[in-house]
Design a protein around this ligand. Structure first.
Ligand code: PH2
Ligand code: MG
Ligand code: MG
Length: 170
C-alpha cells in the first residue's frame, strides 16, 4: 500500500534511456518494458550521442520517455533496476562505462527528492545535451523545479554538438 501514491494520484515522470552495447536490441526492449509501466507514454526522437565522461567507449543511443505512474519514486526505481537487470545490465563495471541499458528517473512531477539511492531532479540533466535535447523536444517549456529555470535555458548555455537525431523512437 505505501508503495502507491495517495488517492491513486498519477504523477508525470520523465525517464532517460540509454545504451551503448547492442543498442538497437536493448533500446527497443527497454522501451517496450517502459511502455508497460507507464500510461499515456510518449517518446522523444532517438539520438546517437557521443560518450560523455568516459570518452573511450562506443557512442550511445539516447532518448527520453514521459508518462504517468501511480508508483512511488522508490518503487519505480526498483522496477527500472529490474528491467536493467533483465537486459543484462552489470553494475559491477566501472562508473559511467559501457552499459547494455540505463534507465534514469529524470523528473518525478515537481518533486525534489534527496534519498540515498535517488536524487530527483537527476543532478546531471542540466550538464548533458544528450538529455536536454530529447527532454525539451518532448516539452519545450519544461522547468527545473529546483532552480525555476527552463531546461532550454540550460541547453542554450552548453556547447552544441555530439548529439545526432536518428529518427522516431517507436
Ligand atoms: N551515460 C552515462 C555516461 N555517459 N554519455 C552519453 N552520450 N549517453 C549516456 O547515456 C551516458 C553517457 C552514465 O549514465
Ligand atoms: Mg545514466
Ligand atoms: Mg543510471
Amino acid at each position: 500500500l505505501k508503495n502507491r501514491l495517495k488517492d491513486n494520484d498519477l504523477e508525470k515522470v520523465y525517464i532517460g534511456i540509454g545504451s551503448n552495447l547492442e543498442p538497437d536490441k536493448n533500446m527497443a526492449g527497454g522501451l517496450s518494458e517502459l511502455y508497460r509501466l507507464l500510461t499515456d507514454h510518449r517518446c522523444s526522437s532517438l539520438y546517437r550521442t557521443e560518450p560523455v565522461g568516459k570518452t573511450d567507449q562506443p557512442d550511445f543511443f539516447n532518448a527520453v520517455v514521459v508518462g504517468l505512474t501511480s508508483l512511488s519514486p522508490l518503487k519505480l526505481l526498483e522496477k527500472l533496476h529490474q528491467i536493467e537487470r533483465r537486459y543484462g545490465r552489470d553494475r559491477t563495471g566501472q562508473r559511467w562505462g559501457p552499459r547494455t541499458l540505463d534507465l534514469d528517473i529524470l523528473l518525478f512531477g515537481k518533486r525534489i527528492l534527496n534519498e540515498q539511492d535517488l536524487v530527483v531532479p537527476h543532478p546531471e540533466i542540466k550538464n548533458r545535451t544528450f538529455v536536454l535535447i530529447p527532454l525539451t523536444e518532448l516539452e519545450p517549456g519544461i522547468m527545473d523545479p529546483k532552480s525555476g529555470r527552463t531546461f532550454l535555458s540550460f541547453l542554450e548555455q552548453l556547447p552544441s554538438g555530439g548529439v545526432y537525431r536518428i529518427g522516431p523512437c517507436h
